[in-house]
Design a protein around this ligand. Structure first.
Ligand code: CO
Length: 224
């Protein structure tokens, strides 16, 4: 058996052990799961394998509805992302939407290199535009790693903007549905989540909240 096969066996074995543990701690858990799907949170995150899911935030299955894409994008032409957003808002009626990026994002790094990965560069076009828009400020930073991390933060805030500008969320707010959209970033090197302090609770202050966060001192203070 090769090492590549071994990981599959390990996954199956771990799954059996995990299931047994959950059954022991909370009998009936899986029967409950099968009957209801009522998560309170939609998580829009990066596909990066180093950004963990439930285990790092102490949550069990059933608590978070996930949408993950390269560089945690929510683009207005992305049927997959918009479908997940619509289902989460209109059917599941989530209370919170968290856009969670991470420092050292490979997608963000790729966006800075032109034509390296074909289609992926199309997907990351918005991130490349963002780096151009904020070039002066990014160039002031000490080194490339700081510039990438700052761009990771800017990218989170721009995706929060996309979520807030989407007709799905705008209409929900207009209906009086309570939804808060949050900008978080995960530090792979420390295992800690950070709040970029740009929580938006409604249409009225959405743009100004995001613009204030972009201009404010919290940003670009990498991994503070
Ligand atoms: Co990433």
């Amino acid at each position: 058996m090769t090492h590549d096969d071994e990981i599959l066996q390990r996954m199956m074995a771990n799954n059996r052990a995990w299931k047994a543990g959950v059954d022991r701690d909370d009998p009936g858990f899986f029967e409950r799961m099968a009957r209801h799907h009522a998560p309170r949170v939609l998580w829009i995150g990066c596909s990066d394998s180093r950004v963990p899911g439930n285990e790092s935030i102490g949550l069990m299955p059933g608590e978070i509805f996930y949408h993950r894409s390269v560089a945690n994008q929510l683009q207005m032409v992305d049927f997959n992302g918009l479908s997940a957003l619509q289902y989460a808002v209109e059917r599941l009626r989530v209370r919170h939407i968290i856009v969670c990026g991470h420092y050292g994002c490979g997608g963000v790094k790729t966006a800075l290199k032109r034509n390296e990965l074909g289609l992926l560069n199309n997907w990351l076009h918005g991130v490349a535009e963002l780096s151009r828009k904020h070039k002066a400020r990014l160039d002031e930073l000490a080194d490339r790693q700081h510039r990438i991390d700052a761009l990771c933060e800017l990218n989170v805030l721009e995706q929060v903007r996309n979520v807030c500008r989407s007709p799905i969320v705008l209409q929900a707010w207009r209906r009086g549905q309570e939804i808060s959209v949050h900008a978080w970033i995960y530090d792979i090197a420390s295992g800690l989540l950070h709040d970029l302090e740009a929580t938006v609770d409604g249409d009225r202050h959405a743009e100004s909240t995001i613009d204030t966060a972009i201009a404010g001192p919290r940003l670009f203070s990498t991994r503070a």
